[in-house]
Design a protein. Sequence first.
Length: 316
Amino acid sequence: MKYLTDEDVVKIAEPRRVVEAVEEAYRLYSLGKVVMPVRSRIQAREKGGDILMMPCYIPSMDIFSLKLVTVYPGNLEKGLPTINATVLVLDAETGVAKLVAEARALTGLRTAAATAVSVKYLARSDASKVGVVGCGYQAGWQVRVMHDMFPGMKFTAFDIDASRMRSFSERMGREGIEVKTAGSCMEMVKDSDIVITVTTSKTPVVMEEWVREGTHISAIGGYTPEMVEIDPKLTAKSKLVVDSREAVKEEAGDVLKPIEMGLISFQHIHAEIGEIVAGLKPGRENNREITMFKSVGLAVQDAAAAKAVLDYLMTR
């Protein structure tokens, strides 16, 4: 059995390989070839945290995985990570454990891979300006993977915490990726071809009137019914693609809120991203439509990303 720390994952993971694995996992999921219960969530209310449990079995990849995630926003004030995670991978043939890995980095990587898949199918082919809302841990992975998968992209970031925004820009700069800082979220969004939201906000951070025709939005920060990153009017105006209809019905405030307001029905969802990958539904159809990818995160992404890392380890 292999054991990997987050530092190990950062060193050995190849973003392109993980993106390809996640893309295939989405396809298999939407074709019904994955066993994946809706994730379980336990709220540690008195501690201000969430505990998430995410199992998945992909027969064609011969893999079973289970991820445990804790999300504690208050950890920032304690100098600790807000997200901590561990993934366990079993051989589907024998049930024997093959990999235990700290999964904070793996979660960041597979979540960024989801955005990359959405950009491939939903962004304009000439899109070049990326605006990132939120400058936490996940934002770094979004920028790294986008930079790796789509050379030539230009990045701007915004965070309500100005010092965190500056630190993020400096950190990315040390990694060789230029990320400019925005004077306001509105200013950045108005100038972006692709907008990526990586916050846990319960009030919209991207407003309908800021977004121009042809923009693609990847809303991947919110994962509960209470979290709403996108103006419900903007969601209603967008071609809405999700990672899982079943999951967003339970967990995505960015879908549930506009339904609650009477702006859309559940049928407003154009497709699952896996249906588009499989060729069952079209992706972007013209340069004017606003596209939106809403992801709450699926265990199938973790299984695919872990398999990509494990396969790499087996070839060493």
